[in-house]
Design a protein around this ligand. Structure first.
Ligand SMILES: [Zn+2]
Length: 437
């Protein structure tokens, strides 16, 4: 069966067009025609229709920290203690309930695919559940409930620092060795077309140098994306230099971990040589500006990485905010504050960073073109934020004026998940409140 959508305005690969008929069969775009008048029987999409947004970096359970970690000054490291306390309370059922609401919150803001950087694998104390992938499967089920695609970036996390074992809550994260991590991940046989399995190295703090290779090999053998937290804090760089005499980027490069299937998350505190390595290997840089500002991490050299050759993706990471429009504009606005100059990025470039589905292993998503997955996200152009929209400044409106609250309709793989700002099946606010009570 073919669905016919008529978009008042749409962001096509060739630019913004007005009066666009998008035909969808079996979850794929089969025709795009413009300019076309709306005919009877079409589903009208009033406003600006975009491809689905890709949230390239998520820890779903961190949503439970929103608004609860601001009372005392704290540091990244005291925030991490609060995060660990929350992680200690998760069971597969609790995690399913929380993630289902968080993923629904994402879809409501136009996100159609999430990269879940997942490391709470085991029961408290570190013993595997009867099903060793019970937690990952809870997340996959949550994504299905919310109507979002998920790449479960199953994370290898073996040490609490250079030459420090995992302790306390961290025991839940560990698989002892990279080989055992690979065994567990290989046993994941997820149901449904909405899921892919990817690999992650927690960080060079969390995976000893000699254990990085097997994770890289597993990702290469399965064609899976590989993600890694990189240089979010100067302390990580200092400890890596002290332990190994090289920067985290150099360590990953020497282990064969960089390349176009790899995403370096944060990439905040880099040397010029690090930037050259990441760019030359076409490693994706995932910026998470709202988390980085919340945690006082610093401002990463995202524009410089982009110019060096790294594609850029966006993540809401700790979910202090879930709004990729806000992340996209922060990439530019942070740079303005740092340099006291405007105009580092063009709005269309910033908007494209929100469509990095390929970095999550879905190269056939993120564009309104024939053959692509039918992810259609429509923002209203008549709200208090977006009124004044013109087709000529559509990208500027989306990036510098709109927010997730302006998303009226979300279609994921041809399925209407959000209509008139309302999710088809999940009451996210109520379920979030219940999950966080
Ligand atoms: Zn993270």
């Amino acid at each position: 069966m073919t669905e016919r959508y008529w978009a008042e305005h749409a962001w096509l690969p060739s630019g913004v067009a007005s009066g666009v008929l998008i035909e969808v069969t079996d979850g794929r775009i089969t025709a795009v025609s413009t300019p076309v008048e709306p005919s009877p029987g079409v589903v009208r999409l009033a406003g600006l229709t975009l491809p689905g947004l890709a949230n390239a970096h998520s820890h779903a359970f961190h949503r439970g920290l929103r608004g609860r970690t601001q009372a005392d000054r704290g540091t990244f490291w005291t925030w991490r203690e609060q995060m660990y306390a929350l992680a200690a309370t998760l069971t597969p059922d609790r995690y399913h309930a929380l993630a289902r609401a968080v993923y629904t919150e994402m879809v409501l803001t136009g996100i159609t695919c999430v990269g879940e950087f997942h490391y709470v694998h085991h029961a408290p104390g570190g013993a595997p559940y009867a099903d060793p992938n019970a937690m990952g499967e809870a997340l996959i089920a949550a994504a299905a409930d919310a109507g979002i695609r998920v790449t479960l970036l199953d994370t290898c996390y073996l040490t609490g620092g250079f030459d420090r074992p995992l302790e306390d809550v961290q025991l839940r994260f560990g698989d002892t060795t990279a080989e055992r991590w690979a065994e567990r991940v290989s046993a994941l046989r997820p149901d449904g077309g909405h899921v892919r399995i990817g690999a992650a190295l927690h960080s060079v703090r969390g995976v000893p140098r000699e254990q990085i290779g097997p994770v890289v090999e597993w990702a290469a053998a399965t064609g899976a994306p590989l993600h890694v937290h990189l240089s979010e804090q100067p302390a990580e760089n200092e400890a890596c230099l002290a332990a190994h005499g090289v920067t985290p980027t150099r360590l990953l490069a020497d282990a064969g971990a960089l390349g176009p299937r790899t995403t370096a998350v944060h990439a905040t505190h880099l040397t010029p040589a690090d930037i050259a390595l990441l760019g030359a290997t076409r490693t994706v840089a995932c910026a998470c500006p709202t988390t980085e500002r919340d945690l006082a991490d610093g401002i990463g050299p995202i524009r410089t990485l982009f110019e060096a050759g790294s594609p850029v993706s966006l993540g809401s990471d700790s979910h202090a905010v879930i709004d990729l429009f806000e992340e996209a504009r922060a990439v530019e606005l942070d740079e303005r504050l740092r340099t006291r100059e405007r105009g580092h990025w063009r709005a269309a470039e910033l908007l494209r960073t929100a469509f990095a589905h390929d970095s999550l292993g879905w190269p056939d998503a993120g564009a309104l073109e024939v053959g692509a997955r039918a992810d259609l996200v429509t923002i209203r152009t008549d709200t208090i934020r977006t009124a004044g929209f013109t087709p000529a400044t559509a990208a500027e409106t989306a990036v510098f004026a709109a927010g997730g609250a302006d998303v009226a309709s979300v279609i994921v793989d041809g399925r209407a998940v959000v209509t008139d700002g309302v999710h088809a099946t999940v009451d996210a606010g109520r379920e979030l409140a219940r999950a966080l009570a």
